[in-house]
Write a protein that binds this ligand. Structure first.
Ligand code: GLN
Length: 302
């Protein structure tokens, strides 16, 4: 069978099985079968598939029809222009999370200028709940003088993060730390960032089958109002930030306002950034209040 025909058939099967974007999904699975880049695939549509290629494609299609995400079938997901290894131990990096990376880079570049003028070093950053390590690695690749602590409570997730740190040659600048939220951090940092689980329990059942059946519940479920981890992280933040430090958090749809209110209890300047779909997605806090610094040192929350 010709590649073009196999693509048509595969897409039709996917569409009939209720898979969205069937044409694109079919292309991904075929390219995985043929181990081809996009341009190679498009110029090779009249080529013939071998029997073993056809069998492999069939196997991939069977998996995708069970709603297994193609990122878990292909074991790859692009994030911030880099390729990451992924499997069912970690959440698949989402395009909207690139905003978090972008905002950190903007912030760091303005601070690095200051540091460099003083002949200083790069910054210390912490990515809390790193999962696949996508955020930490994207930052490390783009900030060759900074060190990024990456924490996760899931040992399995840290195994995947390690694969990605090595893949991108940043393992020496991305220490992987196991533990709950900020507790494993060995020292205060300049910037804390996190894409924590924020889906309210009541909404877990409404998630797409791809997410609900295959992605780790631990990486999605944020308790009754979705803010269980975000709330705890904000309360722990001031104690683990250097003076002048900043906090940047990804939030779910409809959560930005209430999270901004929480951040405002500890930080003077609070900013909400919207993603490409116009959804308020990242909440940032800068300028820790004196009171927070003092209570942070005393380990109090108020
Ligand atoms: N954005 C993810 C989703 O809606 C949730 C990720 C998270 O909880 N941090 O599927």
């Amino acid at each position: 069978m010709k590649v073009g025909q196999a693509w048509k058939d595969a897409s039709a099967k996917l569409a009939a099985g209720g898979i969205e974007d069937a044409l694109m999904e079919g292309e991904l699975l075929l390219r995985q079968t043929l181990k081809m880049e996009r341009s190679e695939f498009y110029s090779g549509l009249s080529g013939e598939l071998t029997t073993s290629e056809l069998n492999r494609l069939k196997e991939f299609l069977t998996q995708r029809l069970t709603h297994k995400p193609s990122a878990y079938i292909r074991h790859v997901k692009e994030f911030y222009g880099l390729e990451f290894y992924v499997d069912e131990r970690v959440l698949i990096p989402r395009p909207e999370t690139e905003l978090l990376v972008e905002k950190v880079l903007e912030m760091v570049h303005s601070r690095l200028t200051l540091r460099q003028a003083q002949g200083g070093e790069g910054l210390l950053i912490a990515d809390i709940g790193t999962g696949s390590g996508a955020i930490a690695v994207a930052l490390a690749v783009n900030l060759p003088r900074s060190r990024i602590f990456a924490t996760d409570i899931s040992g399995e997730a840290l195994e995947v993060a390690e694969i990605n740190c090595r893949k991108h040659g940043v393992a020496d600048r991305v220490p992987l730390l196991s533990g709950d939220l900020l507790t494993p951090l060995p020292q205060p940092v300049d910037i804390i960032i996190a894409n924590l689980p924020y889906v309210p329990d009541s909404e877990l059942l409404n998630l797409a089958p791809e997410v609900r059946w295959y992605e780790p519940r631990l990486a999605l479920s944020g308790g009754p109002d979705g803010l269980e981890y975000i709330r705890r992280l904000i309360d722990q933040g001031p104690a683990k930030l250097k003076p002048g430090g900043a906090l940047l958090l990804e939030v779910g749809m409809g959560q930005a306002e209430v999270v901004a209110g929480m951040v405002h209890r500890y930080f003077l300047d609070v900013t909400v950034y919207s993603d490409l779909a116009g959804i308020p997605r990242v909440v940032g806090g800068e300028g820790i209040t004196q009171m927070s610094l003092i209570s942070g040192c005393l380990n109090l929350t108020f």
